[in-house]
Unconditional design. Structure first.
Length: 148
């Protein structure tokens, strides 16, 4: 099964410098627009049609970055996402099935650690993220970044 997928997102953010505290609040707003093309297939002699899906979502949030000890820093954030148009429609054998949707709000919380020596091109991040509301999830991440 294969269907085309494309997306676009735009965002703006601003990092506030708090003098002397070593903490820096990071405020951001983003907009996401995604489209998955439709797809058709045969299942037990019935034609199944997955119609195209367009998702339109906004995200507003803040993250606080702070130093801990030496090259170790931390971050904690809270974001609010709103799905504006994410309805999926399917028909099977000519009958329309009830549409499913992700329209609604989701709260997302995150926290983690970052290790980067001053002047070093290497940074390692370990984080955890959870969400609740319309979409619920729990995930962790480990990333290694080398800048040159």
């Amino acid at each position: 099964m294969s269907a085309g997928y494309r997306g676009f997102h735009a965002g703006a953010g601003y990092v506030l410098a708090l003098g002397g505290s070593g903490a820096s609040p990071d405020l951001a707003a983003k907009y996401f627009l995604k489209r998955r093309d439709g797809y058709e297939f045969i299942l037990s002699d019935d034609r199944v049609v997955l119609r195209p899906v367009v998702s339109s979502r906004t995200k507003l949030g803040a993250r606080l970055n702070f130093g801990l000890a030496g090259p170790v820093g931390g971050y904690a954030g809270l974001h609010w996402e709103r799905e504006l148009d994410g309805e999926s429609r399917v028909s099977c054998g000519g009958d329309d099935l009830p549409a499913s949707t992700l329209n609604g709000s989701t709260a997302v919380g995150e926290m983690g650690l970052a290790v980067a020596s001053p002047g070093s091109p290497l940074e390692v991040r370990l984080g955890i993220q959870g969400s609740g509301g319309r979409r619920g999830s729990l995930s962790s991440s480990l990333s290694v970044r080398f800048s040159f």
